[in-house]
Ligand binder design. Structure first.
Ligand code: HEC
Length: 283
């Protein structure tokens, strides 16, 4: 939907007083750990950063072009508590969502009321740009380490240098940005790096896109809590992840087999999805 049409709808929508929910009641329900309650925060990035956000809330700016596309895809089995700064935007979004057959309430006093009551908020992290920054640093460091290791002692010596957990930069980035950093694969060498749950979903998606020659980049999950960044093979990787006969030397293959008896990370060609970085917020 284009922006002008959207603005028209938002500005001309009515309000529905019956959708309003009392702040204290809303807070109690939100923290009752009921799985089916979702807070939808319809402010802007700047506002999220300024005040912080309610823990686990779904964030979407109603002035984004894809706002209703986004809403349309939300799970209708859940109940939504829409909140904004002081109740203007939330009342219009709640009204529209009701028309779209959602179970929805308007937290009318907004974040202003929430802060006045001293209810808890958590720091908002822009996981999207953060994730990209972290992944870029790690890729750079990893590639540098591998090259250095090759120069010092060849393939065999380099084997242990493809490990982000062993790099001090990983823990320092995690600490600096208060995030959890993982590097996982659907065909892992180290069983500690086996992809699970949502990670597998994004691996499948990236693979399908690569196959269709669609450029792939970082993606954020629906809740805005996790960032997935594709890791694609280049020539450098094949020495340890390529064809066991053509690309790997005998000594490297033997060493890998010895260190990782359950290794599944062989047989890759150039420009294939080797794995993903998974950067998630710590709340
Ligand atoms: C010198 C050998 C070597 C090279 C070259 C190498 N890797 Fe690895 N790779 C390994 C080893 C060994 C592990 C297991 C590390 C561990 O124990 O966590 C691994 C693990 C990984 C993992 C984590 C998932 C898993 O399978 O456990 C990814 C992702 C990965 N490598 C990607 C790459 C990419 C991309 C390249 C090329 C830029 C590359 N590797 C080059 C040896 C290598």
């Amino acid at each position: 939907m284009n922006k002008i049409l959207f603005l028209f709808i938002i500005l001309t929508s009515c309000k529905d007083e019956s959708l309003k929910i009392d702040l204290k009641k809303a807070k109690d329900l939100i923290f009752s750990s009921q799985e089916n309650i979702i807070v939808l925060d319809v402010r802007s990035k700047q506002e999220w950063a300024e005040t912080g956000i309610i823990k686990k809330s779904v964030l979407k700016n109603p002035y984004d072009k894809d706002f209703f596309l986004f809403v349309e895809k939300l799970d209708r089995k859940k109940t939504y508590f829409v909140i904004c700064h002081s109740g203007g935007r939330s009342s219009r979004v709640a009204y529209k969502m009701k028309q779209m057959n959602f179970n929805v309430f308007d937290v009318a006093d907004g974040i202003v009321g929430w802060i006045k009551e001293d209810y808890p908020l958590v720091v908002y992290q822009d996981i999207k740009s953060l994730g990209k920054k972290v992944a870029r640093s790690l890729k750079k460091e990893l590639s540098y380490n591998l090259k250095q290791a090759f120069m010092r002692g060849g393939n065999l010596h380099a084997i242990k240098y493809c490990n982000i957990n062993a790099m001090s930069i990983t823990s320092s980035l995690a600490k600096k940005y208060n995030v959890k950093i993982k590097r996982v694969s659907d065909k892992a060498r180290n069983s500690l790096n086996i992809a699970k749950g949502e990670e597998l979903k994004y691996i499948k998606l990236f693979k399908a896109r690569l196959k269709n020659n669609v450029t792939i980049g970082a993606m954020m999950n629906k809740e805005g809590t996790s960032m997935y960044i594709p890791i694609v093979t280049n020539n450098q990787c094949l020495k340890c992840h390529g064809d066991r006969k053509q690309d790997l030397t005998k000594d490297v293959l033997e060493k890998i087999k010895q260190l990782y008896p359950k290794d599944r990370a062989l047989g890759y060609k150039v420009n294939e999805l080797r794995g993903i970085f998974h950067i998630s917020t710590l709340k």
